[in-house]
Design a protein around this ligand. Structure first.
Ligand code: BES
Ligand code: ZN
Length: 617
């Protein structure tokens, strides 16, 4: 009898244990190589950030407090890199924690002890001088040169260097923040923002829609706001506000045409902040507040496709987010496609085709650059053990675009647009990986309309499949003829270029014959003074050509050096340093780089250090 009772007891114990296991909610986060967090065990859902921005010591200090979804875990793991963790609480009481081994890319796992009922954890911390996300600028490094400036850059895995967090793109959190800054400065975030300075330097923020950690952003400086419409506007330093306001005056129209294409803008407000010139990117799609380089302020609105691009990320990236950095093309390829559609809707096919042709040439050059590592030309990547930055090149952007454009041409625009709208709607506020995308594509476009398409080849193979869409531009054909004529006749007919746009100039400069003579470059420079162009894009491609062809007229060497010291936009400066390297002038590049390096953000120095083999003494 006793035995039976015992056996029954054991059985109920087993059953109850078993059902307990089954009661554990099943969470479906995938294994992701660039985060230590184990979100299926315990995952953050909301952050309350309370920080002080200390310009004197160049540190951020405060606390990050999280609500968590706790799957009966005894530990929650956050990512942290170069942070000093002071103490940690679980539900308001001090708890134990440890930092796991340091990994050069990923930093340290911050392992916090909790119990199965823990609902909130709070980490008290400060940043260090090794932080990679933050760039602290002295007044001289700003446009107005009066006050210091700070900005953050989170993508891809840098948020963990200024906030301890589960830093994977598949995590989504809402956040509130309290930020304390010197009273002369204003703070803005990827959240609901102030339009004026407060008197005491205290700011509060709220991001009500769940976003991925790489999209948490902060900028602090002597900035002002000027509205363009009810829901769009610009932040910039005083001397830049009017220029930015003029340059981006089409922002409301951009939002409206984007909405007409793929559905309602989900973030209410769309503002842009123009940062000091060291900002390492053209733009960064921080929700509600795109961060932008001042190098797009050309005075003639000719480089504003960058704004269309960052706006497009409000759908592809911020709303529907790549699940891991191996799927980065889902963010950028879709965004370039959407960018081109916005540009076409607002400015017509000629402009869109020119932009697409420029991207096509970028792609050609990128593929050539990867000829020894063809795996890097695949859309779906395998970046395990590598810096995700390694995958952030033209392949994701321009091959991604070419794939979608080819698909559009195959399916027809009408069907393709219905499909894309459905894609954004179905996956809003969630993450997507390549495999999920392919399944969705098959079901909702290809099988539905009996379309046969080589999706797998596009996504998983190196190079470009044979069925690629042909991108042509009449405008650019005319430009190519003009080049031939100039070179052949040894003279310049200015009339041929009278109504050229920036894109035509860029195409002109990038497509000189390989054997063009320096006399020809001198002749072109004499007439068009490209060395002193106020358009950063034209100047940048011209400097590249000057280096390629050993042209030193018009004091261009000084100009190139000034440009590299002034501008920190990675794409621009790396193009120029690469040209030096290609032509065995790494010594010249290094001499300039030593003067310029202190002005660059870590994102840029990481790339250029590698490129030039630079080591700090
Ligand atoms: N999200 C990117 C910037 C980025 C990429 C940051 C990879 C960190 C890692 C942004 O949307 C972008 O693509 N910017 C481009 C602009 C362009 C293609 C119009 C840039 O910075 O040049
Ligand atoms: Zn982008």
């Amino acid at each position: 009898m006793k035995k039976i009772v015992f056996a029954l007891g054991l059985l109920t114990l087993l059953i109850s244990n078993c059902s307990k296991k089954q009661n554990k909610p099943i969470l479906n986060y995938i294994e992701e190589p660039h985060s230590f967090s184990l979100p299926n065990e315990a995952v953050i859902t909301h952050m309350d950030l309370d920080i002080n921005v200390d310009f004197d010591n160049e540190i951020i200090q405060g606390k990050a407090s999280y609500l968590i979804k706790n799957n009966e875990a005894s530990q929650i793991i956050l990512d942290s890199k170069f942070l000093t963790i002071e103490h940690v609480q679980a539900d308001g009481k001090d708890t134990t924690f440890s930092l796991g081994d340091f990994d050069e890319q990923l930093g340290n796992p911050l392992k916090i002890d909790i119990n199965k009922n823990t609902k909130r954890i709070t980490v008290f911390y400060k940043t260090t001088d090794q932080t990679e996300a933050l760039q602290w600028l002295k007044p001289q490094q700003t446009t107005d040169k009066k006050f210091p400036f700070l900005f953050t850059q989170g993508q891809a895995i840098l948020t963990r260097t200024w906030i301890p967090i589960q830093d994977s793109p598949q995590i989504r959190i809402t956040y509130n923040a309290k930020v304390h800054v010197p009273s002369q400065l204003m703070a803005v975030m990827s959240a609901e923002n102030p339009k004026e300075k407060t008197s005491n330097g205290h700011y509060t923020f709220k991001m009500a829609q769940p976003i991925s950690p790489y999209l948490i952003a902060l900028a602090v400086g002597d900035i002002e706001y000027k509205a363009i419409s009810d829901r769009t506007g610009v932040y910039a330093e005083k001397s830049m506000v009017e220029k930015a306001h003029y340059e981006f005056s089409d922002m409301e129209n951009m939002v409206a045409s984007a909405e007409a294409l793929y559905g309602k803008y989900a973030w209410e407000q769309f503002d842009v902040i123009v940062l000091p010139p060291s900002f390492p990117f053209g733009g960064m799609e921080n929700p509600r507040l795109t961060f932008a380089t001042p190098t797009v302020i050309a005075g003639d609105k000719s480089l504003t496709s960058l704004i269309a691009h960052e706006l497009a990320h409000s759908w592809s990236g911020n709303l529907v987010t790549n699940a891991s950095w191996d799927d980065f093309w889902l963010n950028e390829g879709f965004t370039v496609y959407f960018e081109m559609r916005i540009m076409e809707a607002l400015y017509g096919k000629d402009r869109a085709n020119m932009l697409a042709r420029i991207g096509r040439q970028d792609l050609e050059e990128e593929i050539e650059g990867f000829k020894d590592t063809p795996d890097d030309t695949k859309l779906k990547l395998n970046l395990k053990g590598r810096n995700p930055d390694d995958g952030m090149n033209s392949i994701a952007y321009d091959k991604g675009y070419l794939f979608l454009r080819t698909l559009e041409e195959k399916a027809g625009r009408e069907k393709f647009d219905i499909f894309l709208k459905n894609y954004f709607q179905t996956h809003a506020f969630s993450t997507i990986n390549t495999e999920k995308f392919i399944a969705f594509l098959n079901e909702n476009l290809l099988e539905k309309h009996d379309i046969v398409f080589n999706t797998e080849a596009w996504v998983y193979n190196a190079g470009i499949p044979d069925n690629q869409a042909i991108i042509s531009s009449d405008k650019f054909e005319t430009v190519e003829k003009t080049i031939q004529q100039y070179v052949k006749s040894n003279s310049i007919d200015k009339a041929l270029t009278i109504d050229w746009t920036t894109q035509e100039w860029v195409h002109f400069v990038r497509n000189f014959p390989n054997d063009i003579k320096t006399e020809h470059l001198a002749m072109i420079d004499e007439v068009f003074n490209l060395t002193n162009s106020n358009n950063s894009y034209i100047a940048m491609v011209w400097y590249e050509q000057a280096i390629n062809h050993d042209y030193h007229g018009n004091n261009i060497d000084v100009k190139i050096e000034e440009f590299l010291i002034q501008v920190g936009r990675r794409w621009y400066v790396s193009t120029i340093y690469k040209a030096f390297k290609r032509h065995n002038k790494t010594d010249v590049a290094l001499a300039i780089y030593k003067k310029a390096r202190a002005n660059y953000h870590s994102v840029t120095t990481n790339t250029i250090d590698d490129l030039l083999g630079f080591k700090q003494d």
